[in-house]
Design a protein around this ligand. Structure first.
Ligand code: ZN
Length: 203
């Protein structure tokens, strides 16, 4: 099992539950409809990675992440929900599941998690090769973290160590070989975490 780091310990998530369309500006960016209920999809443990392995058509989605223990949020981090955008568009057009585009090996690039007492005031910034490309905070989310935890637990069940990726703000885009990403998590303007990751060319 692959693991993530929380307070110096390795935690192995059974699953990563992701929220699609949780920021209005990003919904407009992809010309999607505003959902009347959250859109969920799941990445398996084998999706967890610390780096990006390049493949054609790969896009980044920077997201605030949450670590669950005993049915509640105990930690926060940042991550990239890697997406094969053209594959996803093709599957969506046919009404098929998205797993090929969203749940492939290495598709969840996750930072370590830091303990938090509250999700209020959390914000993310995503820099690609030093340029700010995405910026968002919990106030901009359609579905807030406490609702998501309750709803996801009711539907799928949440186990200790499971991770929630809370959706991406606008500014998603393609990844090129050797791209470097810096993701910053803050709470009420106070820095909590800086995570750096790179795109390795597998060939
Ligand atoms: Zn996403």
């Amino acid at each position: 099992m692959r693991s993530v780091e929380f307070m110096g310990r390795a935690v192995a998530p059974c699953k990563i539950v992701c929220i699609g369309r949780n920021y209005v500006e990003h919904i407009r960016e992809l010309a999607n409809e505003i959902p009347d209920e959250p859109v969920y999809f799941i990445k398996p443990n084998s999706a967890i990675s610390e780096t990006i392995i390049y493949q054609d058509g790969l896009h980044y989605e920077g997201e605030i992440t949450f670590l669950i223990q005993k049915g509640r949020i105990v930690g926060a981090g940042v991550g990239l929900d890697l997406t094969l955008r053209e594959v996803q568009s093709r599957l969506k057009a046919k009404g098929l599941p998205w797993e090929r585009s969203k749940a492939f090996r290495g598709s969840a690039v996750l930072s370590p998690f830091v303990p938090i007492n509250s999700w209020e005031g959390l914000a993310i910034e995503v820099y690609r090769n030093g340029e700010l490309v995405q910026k968002g905070d919990v106030d901009l989310m359609l579905y807030k973290p406490d609702f998501l935890v309750t709803d996801i637990d009711r539907i799928f069940g949440l186990d200790d160590g499971d991770v929630i990726m809370s959706g991406t703000p606008k500014g998603v885009g393609p990844i090129m070989p050797e791209d470097a990403f810096t993701l910053r998590l803050s709470q009420n303007q106070k820095p909590l975490l800086t995570f750096r990751t790179y795109c390795l060319n597998s060939t």
